[in-house]
Design a protein around this ligand. Structure first.
Ligand code: FVH
Length: 294
């Protein structure tokens, strides 16, 4: 579709799981003319009552709009759903979580079938979709002309961050952020486990202390980024590796004493010890990044 013929208020959404349904509601609330399709048709019933047009087949749904948004379980389901669709002249925005390699392959596949393609990584939970100020956003990469043409529509459910023409970048950043979140979940699990055996330690009392401390520590990401960019891993270091490795021994000893497994802590501790043994005790933890590269 050329940008001047792009109907910005009309779109199709394939996939009405928890996230797809939240996206649909945001577009309907903003007055968009929305056609929806889902493998299990029952999930579309409440949305029909809210103004969505329900397509019976994928072909009918894709034919209804120039802009087709996909939000399915994984790359395999997206491939399966779109296998027979006529994508000629369509604009495809796929918000399904996938690997960078899958995103690049999906872009080539869509373009080979005559569509412009944008891959998206949703950095929000369904409850944050369409909620101004929720902090949720979606990472996009792929066709710049498509992003420019539909950015207003894409901005309805959540903030937008465009990462460039390489269709793999949204997935790469998505996975990097989710990996950091996984580390945080591991830390939270370990922290609660330490308190678990104490009858006078209340998880509810501890939770605000934990959340505030993690928030206070979050700017650490900027320090690591600065060090990685200028190559000086001692720059601005106030808590050095030698001190942290010593401190980690206390963490491990306490875990043992509380009857808590150290299996979540030991992999990172081992990397810090390796870097220290190589003579980098004055650094922070940025050197661990390089130890992880294979
Ligand atoms: N929900 C979340 O918190 C996260 C937030 C970050 C982004 N993710 C990703 O969003 C994609 C969709 O997630 P979802 O939450 O909507 O997932 P479900 O509620 O499980 O719905 C899955 C939809 O996919 C359909 N589906 C699955 N397999 C197939 C298939 N082979 N053919 C056709 N459709 C398929 C499923 O249909 P049905 O089961 O209702 O018939 C749902 O529409 C996902 O990539 C997350 O990683 C969400």
């Amino acid at each position: 579709m050329t940008d001047n013929t792009f109907d910005k208020s009309r779109l199709t959404l394939l996939g009405l799981g928890a996230m797809g349904t939240a996206l649909a509601r945001a577009w309907l609330a903003a007055g968009h003319r929305l056609t929806v399709w889902n493998r299990t048709p029952d999930r579309a019933v409440p949305l029909a009552a809210e103004g969505a047009t329900v397509a019976v087949t994928v072909a009918e749904a894709v034919a209804a709009s120039d802009l087709v948004v996909v939000c399915l379980l994984d790359d395999a389901s997206a491939e399966e759903v779109l296998a027979e669709a006529d994508l000629t002249g369509k604009d495809l925005v796929d918000l399904t979580t996938r690997t960078p390699a899958q995103a690049r392959a999906r872009a080539g596949w869509a373009e080979g079938r005559g569509a412009r393609f944008l891959d998206g990584g949703i950095m929000a939970i369904p409850a944050a979709i369409g909620v101004p100020g929720s902090g949720g956003y979606v990472l996009y990469s792929g066709s710049r002309s498509l992003f420019d043409a539909c950015r207003g529509t894409l901005a309805v459910p959540a903030g937008t961050v465009y990462l460039g023409e390489d269709p793999g970048f949204a997935a790469l950043y998505d996975v990097a952020l989710l990996s950091a979140m996984t580390g945080m979940f591991a830390g939270v699990a370990h922290a609660f486990a330490l308190l678990r055996g104490e009858k006078d330690a209340s998880p509810k009392e501890f939770a605000p202390l934990l959340a505030d401390f993690l928030t206070a520590m979050a700017p650490y990401a900027h320090r690591v980024a600065d060090q990685l960019e200028d190559g000086d891993y001692t720059r601005g270091v106030t808590s050095n590796l030698a001190m942290m490795v010593r401190g980690n021994a206390t963490l491990l000893e306490t875990a043992e004493a509380q009857g808590v497994s150290t299996e979540l802590l030991t992999p990172f501790t081992a990397l810090m010890e390796r870097r220290l043994a190589e003579g980098y005790g004055a650094e922070g933890t940025a050197g661990v990044v390089d130890l992880l590269l294979r």
